[in-house]
Write a protein that binds this ligand. Structure first.
Ligand code: PLZ
Length: 450
């Protein structure tokens, strides 16, 4: 990978541990936290960050860790990406807020122009900006219902769309997202997903789509469906890559029946999978697309982009919010998008995918703990099982992740069964740092249980 950006040169791009992880200062802060922060908000690795740059986190004890999680697929451009920092600094000095619904500003318009041109499809588009991924998904559903005059929303097994009341209902997994947080919003229907590793008899994407469509037609009724909402590659659900043809078949069913095909590209978007958006890989053009995370280099920003006639069907004042498209977040997004273009980060994601994919495939051959390795571009994972079976082993995933953390490499877990280790490195990571991170992961997998 040629595209290495070290960001703040005062933070060397290397792994270096000077204390145990977490160290004494982090432990102290963790104690203070326990009497101030609600325990429902938890941290996977209670290491308190002091600084970050490129693909390295520096904690309050002076440890430098390799970040293979990007704050859950957010800092694709790297931590403290120079153009993001510069754009934010300039904007903060100019003004921090007016509320776009009161008095507008150019950067909101410019971000919408970028979204309209970068998302799949050459048709006329419009965008609206929000603060979080969940808020974008909520608004996509509002727009789909308004535009179609229908109510039913179809989602899939293993889906993750957020933690607000509507998006909890859209999310599949009970613990920790939904348990005792009901009642949930009505008119949400869950269809079977295409999950090749756990569904070996349905390796064919068209057949998997037919199964989902049969459920929709018999249990919901085609003419009641406002939209079919799907992550092109499921994120929290376990980096589930549907069999080829699944998404395209669903999209064409939607077109044939007047339902909208909505792609949730909040985790997969903005160069992560090697294209600007994951739908492009299969030539699928969504009617609406939700974005967040990678869009703004770490500032909170989200968007809904879609066909002009659908987006513009909503009455004036029907969409909005105090902070949606905040000027500082919009400036960050413009800096972030410029960085992705300048450094060809889709290309970087493809090169990362080749390196990581090959390494994880080897690990699958060498370790009986690894049942499957999968992903696309810089979104790759291994699914851990009890050797010789497909039985999920969440304990092993936790132990392997803990071992990586103790050795200074941040990896994340995910999956309906909690047994998937996922890698989402910043797209600007250097070859050397990526290889070192993968060595640590491979060592943790191979030494597990010994
Ligand atoms: N849609 C596809 O991945 C957020 C969730 C972390 P927000 N994923 C990380 C957690 O445990 O809360 C996500 C996503 C997809 C929607 C969302 C929601 O985005 O910005 O977290 O609201």
């Amino acid at each position: 990978m040629a595209t290495t950006v070290d960001g703040d040169a005062s933070i060397p791009q290397r792994r270096r541990l000077v204390t145990a992880v977490p160290g004494p200062r982090s432990r102290q802060l963790e104690q203070r936290r326990s009497s101030a922060v609600a325990s429902g908000v938890s941290s996977m690795l209670p290491l308190y960050v002091a600084q970050a740059s490129g693909a390295v986190l520096v904690d309050v004890d002076g440890n430098s860790l390799i970040d293979l999680g990007s704050g859950i697929a957010v800092v694709g451009v790297g931590h403290a990406a120079p153009r993001v920092v510069e754009a934010v600094e300039t904007q903060v000095r100019a003004f921090t807020h007016t509320c776009f619904m009161v008095t507008p500003y150019e950067s909101y318009v410019a971000v919408c122009e970028e979204l309209n041109s970068l998302t799949p499809g050459s048709h006329a588009k419009r965008s609206a900006l929000f603060n979080s991924g969940a808020e974008a998904v909520e608004n996509a559903v509002k727009i789909a219902r308004h535009a179609t005059g229908r109510q039913a929303v179809v989602v899939f097994d293993h889906a993750y769309h957020g933690r607000t009341n509507l998006t909890m209902a859209l999310t599949a997994k009970n613990m920790p997202y939904k348990d005792r947080f009901g009642p949930f919003a009505p008119e949400i229907y869950r269809a079977p997903m295409s999950y090749p590793f756990r569904d070996p008899e349905l390796m064919n994407g068209e057949a998997a789509a037919e199964r989902a469509i049969a459920m929709i037609e018999s249990q919901v009724g085609a003419l009641n469906v406002a939209c079919v909402l799907v992550e092109p590659i499921q994120g929290e659900g376990g980096f589930v890559v549907p069999a080829p043809g699944f998404l395209a078949s669903l999209a064409s069913w939607c077109t044939a029946h007047g339902a909208l095909f909505v792609a949730d590209e909040i985790q997969t978007g903005f160069a992560r999978t090697g294209d600007w958006f994951a739908c492009e890989h299969e030539g699928v053009v969504p009617d609406l697309i939700t974005t967040a995370k990678g869009i703004a280099g770490g500032l909170p920003l989200a968007g809904v982009t879609g066909r002009a006639e659908i987006m513009d069907s909503v009455h004036a004042g029907g969409l909005g919010g105090t902070y949606g498209g905040n000027p500082v977040a919009c400036a960050a997004a413009l800096g972030s998008i410029a960085t992705m273009r300048e450094l060809d980060l889709p290309g970087a994601a493809r090169r990362i995918g080749a390196v990581v994919g090959e390494r994880l495939a080897k690990l699958k051959v060498s370790s009986p703990l690894v049942g499957d390795s999968r992903g696309r571009g810089a979104m790759q994972a291994i699914e851990l099982v009890r050797p010789g079976t497909r039985e999920p082993d969440a304990g092993a995933a936790r132990a392997v992740a803990d071992r990586c953390h103790a050795e200074g490499v941040v990896v994340l877990t995910c999956g309906t069964y909690g047994n998937v280790i996922r890698l989402l490195p910043p797209l600007v990571i250097s070859d050397g740092l990526l290889a070192e991170g993968l060595d640590v992961l491979a060592g943790a997998v191979e030494s597990h249980g010994s």
